[in-house]
Design a protein around this ligand. Structure first.
Ligand code: ADP
Ligand code: MG
Length: 268
C-alpha cells in the first residue's frame, strides 16, 4: 500500500541520489602526529547531507583528533578538509563565516564550553549574533525557539549553566550548536557523561533536530549500542586507520575486518 512506498526506499535509489549530492564533508588523506608519534595515518572520509556517520574505535584510536581537525580546532600535518564542496582552511579562525556556521561541535561535557557566568539566554543570543548575524531584537524570539527545540522551557534563558542538570546543560549546548542551522554537527561522545535514563532523551532529540534541518552528523562514541541506534553508516578507526566502513547493518551483522569483529565481540 501507500504507507509501504513511503517508508521503504530501495537502497540502490538512495545511494544513487547520495552520489549525485555534494558531500557535506570530504576529508582527504588526513594525517596527524604529536611529537613525531603518528596518530592518524591518512583518513579519507565522506559524509552526505542529512547522513549520520558513526565513528567507533577504542580509546586512543584518534576519534577526537579527527573531530578537532574536521571542526578546525586543530590543524593536521597533512591532508585537506572540504566542506560543501569547498576546500576549508585548516584552522577555524581562518575559515569563512559561512563555513564556521555550517560546522558545529558538541563535546562530551558542555561544562568547558558553556560559560558558567553567563545566562543560557546570553550564551544562545551571542551565538545567534556571531553565527547568524541576528540583531538584538530578533534574538529574543530565536532564543525562545532554540530552547523549545531542545525541550527546555523559556525560563531556562534566565538560568546559568550551574543551575542545570547534566542533561539540560547538554541540551543547551546542542541548542547553541544548532543556532546557525549547521549542515554538519560533530558530536564527540555527546551522551557518554549522562545518566542512562537521560541518554535516550538526548539521542531522540538529536534525531528530531536532524530530520527538521537535514543536518549531517559525525557521531563519535565508544558505546556501540548508541552508535547502532544513531548511525546510517559506520567507520571503524583502529590505531589511526579507518579499517572498515559500511552500513550500520553490515558492520554489526557481518564485519569484514578482524578488529571490528573483536570490537563487537568484546562488547557482548
Ligand atoms: P580517542 O578520541 O579515539 O580516544 P584521541 O584522538 O583523543 O583518541 O587520541 C589519539 C592519540 O593521540 C592518543 O594516543 C592521545 O594520547 C594522542 N593525543 C591526542 N591529542 C594529543 C595532543 N594534543 N598532544 C599529544 N598527544 C595527543
Ligand atoms: Mg575521544
Amino acid at each position: 500500500g501507500a504507507s509501504h512506498s513511503d517508508s521503504i526506499k530501495p537502497a540502490e535509489h538512495i545511494s544513487t541520489v547520495e552520489r549525485l549530492r555534494e558531500p557535506v564533508l570530504l576529508c582527504k588523506d588526513i594525517r596527524q602526529s604529536f611529537g613525531g608519534h603518528p596518530v592518524l595515518h591518512g583518513i579519507d572520509l565522506r559524509i552526505g547531507a542529512g547522513e549520520t556517520y558513526g565513528l567507533i574505535g577504542e580509546s586512543g584510536s584518534g576519534k577526537s583528533t579527527l573531530a578537532r581537525i574536521v571542526t578546525g580546532l586543530q590543524a593536521p600535518v597533512a591532508g585537506t578538509v572540504e566542506l560543501l564542496g569547498q576546500a576549508a582552511a585548516a584552522r577555524v579562525e581562518r575559515r569563512k563565516p559561512v563555513e564556521r556556521r555550517n560546522v558545529q561541535m558538541v563535546f562530551q561535557s558542555p561544562d568547558r564550553t558553556l560559560n558558567p557566568r553567563q545566562r543560557i539566554g546570553t550564551i544562545l543570543g551571542r551565538s545567534l549574533h556571531r553565527l547568524a548575524g541576528l540583531s538584538r531584537s530578533a534574538r529574543t524570539q530565536r532564543v525562545a525557539e532554540l530552547l523549545q527545540s531542545v525541550r527546555l522551557s523559556t525560563a531556562f534563558a534566565e538560568r546559568r549553566p550551574g543551575a542545570l542538570s547534566g542533561g539540560q546543560r547538554q541540551r543547551a549546548a546542542i541548542a547553541r550548536a544548532f543556532s546557525g542551522t549547521p549542515k554538519l554537527v560533530v558530536l564527540d561522545e555527546p551522551t557518554s557523561a549522562l545518566d542512562v535514563s537521560v541518554q535516550a532523551t538526548v539521542l531522540n532529540l538529536l534525531n528530531d533536530l536532524q530530520r527538521r534541518d537535514d543536518t549531517a552528523y559525525l557521531f563519535i562514541s565508544h558505546d556501540l549500542r548508541v552508535v547502532r541506534y544513531m548511525a546510517d553508516r559506520i567507520g571503524v578507526l583502529y590505531r589511526g586507520r579507518l579499517v572498515e566502513e559500511g552500513s550500520s547493518d553490515q558492520i554489526f551483522q557481518g564485519p569484514n575486518h578482524p578488529y571490528t569483529a573483536m570490537l563487537l565481540a568484546a562488547d557482548n
